[in-house]
Design a protein around this ligand. Structure first.
Ligand code: UDP
Length: 463
């Protein structure tokens, strides 16, 4: 089994015949698959048998996990998959899966229960339909929530389902930069980003939070020292136990569950660059940007002198296969100072001594991976939880600069200077290095995440 070195003590010593079975059910998107498989590995090392029920869409590679059992179910995603290039509303697909998976998932769990006892189900929080199935089959259901505690609080407070055009303002309108009264950490302009279909997304989030509250317990990929006040609030609001044993990627890297082939050649390119000199840019597995935004990013990168590594996922730029929208002569202009790849081993890039700054969409995994390596961020949130996470990074933890005006080349140049050259950037680096230290302490024997993992294992064993 793969480990990242730090936690080799997690290697399992339990003989297979004494293990209790847990069923895990990930939402089939990269940012959800990675933490669910990391959790599966963590629980396997703690003596549990792991069965993964998964959709056929974005099926994991079974051969990467010979120690797990897999049960694919027919999700009927193929009926809507052709809409992906044009319909950018994630809530549409997630709500579809919450309907199309009900019967195959129930049948699959019944089959597994017939084969032998199961301690519990751990489902992605966005698979809210699983609570009713678990109740019907009298199976304890725990939930993995793959975003932050702060995001759950934000989602609970924001008037997503009833926005009714209240936030449809442009930059010129008064109130565009004003705080949202229900949740003042966010500004009105951030609200526009959360969802292109606020009603659809609001309904999804409402269902998710409701079924989290009726579950047997919540597992969070975070650590107590990062979100202590938020953990207190969650413990009050959700009357079920919460376990904060993250960051999961510090136990097991995400590379084994990558759906896209990672280009590892860039690691030797990083090797020859000075410490903390490189800007690493990636907007994750799902965000899509317009060609105008893409060109602003390119112009911003062309206008600076720092080396950069830019992940441009095929299909990320709307209307383009890959790099067709790059400004003319961009590649000649930047020469060997810049590299563009389709996908990379992100955790290794962030851990590399040459990486000085991460320009990110603030997906929760990326944000935790940056914190885990002490790399300050430039924040360009695109949708869903990302605007909330970005506000935490820039305004609460003060470990990054948020591009307040979106992808705009002047702002991009300024943000890079603030992080790589200014005193302010040094202070951010100190703060995030301090958090990195706290990550390591929390995972050590007796640390908060280590204790939470032990409590979780006892809790599941009590079912
Ligand atoms: N990732 C990667 N290579 C890349 C870009 C991203 O392996 O070139 C991984 C990254 O390490 C993270 C995941 O993809 O674990 C992205 O998850 P996140 O929650 O940050 O964003 P999402 O893809 O869900 O928007």
């Amino acid at each position: 089994m793969e480990t990242n070195g730090k936690n080799t003590t997690l290697r399992s010593t339990h003989p297979p015949e004494t293990r209790r079975r847990i069923i895990l059910f990930p939402l089939p998107f990269q940012g959800h698959i990675n933490p669910m498989f990391q959790l599966a590995n963590i629980l396997h090392t703690q003596g549990f048998k792991i069965t993964i029920i998964h959709t056929q869409y974005n099926s994991p590679n079974h051969s990467t996990y010979p120690h797990f059992h897999f049960r694919p179910i027919n999700d009927r995603f193929s009926e809507v998959e052709h809409l992906l290039p044009t319909n950018r509303d994630p809530s549409f697909y997630i709500k579809y899966l919450n309907r199309s998976c009900v019967d195959p998932f129930r049948d699959c769990v019944i089959g597994l229960l017939d084969e032998g006892p199961v301690a519990c189900l751990i489902a992605d929080a966005m698979f809210y339909f699983t609570q009713a199935v678990a109740d019907e089959l009298k199976l304890p259901r725990m939930v993995l929530r793959t975003s932050s505690l702060g995001c759950a609080i934000g989602y609970g407070a924001l008037p997503l389902s009833s926005m009714d055009g209240r936030f449809n303002l442009t930059k010129q309108d008064a109130g565009y930069d004003a705080p949202v009264s229900e949740y003042p950490l966010l500004k009105v302009k951030d609200m526009l980003k959360i969802a292109i279909n606020p009603k659809g997304y609001g309904d999804l989030v409402t269902n998710m939070l409701k079924q989290m509250k009726t579950s047997s317990g919540l597992i969070w990929n975070t650590f107590k020292e990062l979100e202590e006040p938020e953990l207190e609030t969650i413990n009050q609001d959700f009357q079920v136990p919460s376990f904060t044993l993250g960051p999961f990627h510090k136990y097991f890297p995400a590379s084994s569950s990558s759906l896209i082939k990672q280009d590892r050649t860039i690691l030797s390119w990083l090797d020859i660059l000075p410490p903390k000199s490189v800007i690493y840019i990636s907007f994750g597995s799902a965000a899509r940007i317009t060609d105008t935004e893409f060109q602003e990013v390119a112009h911003g990168l062309a206008s600076i002198s720092s080396p950069f590594l830019w992940v441009v996922r095929p299909g990320m730029v709307l209307g383009s296969e890959w790099l067709e929208s790059l400004p003319e002569k961009f590649l000649e202009r930047v020469g060997d100072r810049g590299r563009i790849v389709k996908w990379c081993p992100q955790q290794e890039v962030l851990a590399h001594s040459a990486t000085g700054c991460f320009w990110t969409h603030n997906g929760w995994n990326s944000t935790l991976e940056s914190i885990g390596e002490g790399v300050p961020m430039i924040c360009s949130p695109c949708f869903a939880d990302q605007p909330i996470v970005a506000r935490y990074v820039s305004d609460v933890w003060k470990i990054g600069v948020l591009l307040e005006d979106g992808f705009e080349k002047m702002g991009i140049g300024m943000a890079i200077k603030r992080i790589l050259m200014d005193k302010e950037g040094e202070e951010m680096r100190e703060r995030i290095s301090c958090l990195k230290e706290k990550v390591n302490l929390s995972l050590d024997e007796g640390g908060s995440s280590n204790k939470s993992l032990k409590t979780l294992v006892d809790y599941i064993s009590s079912f």
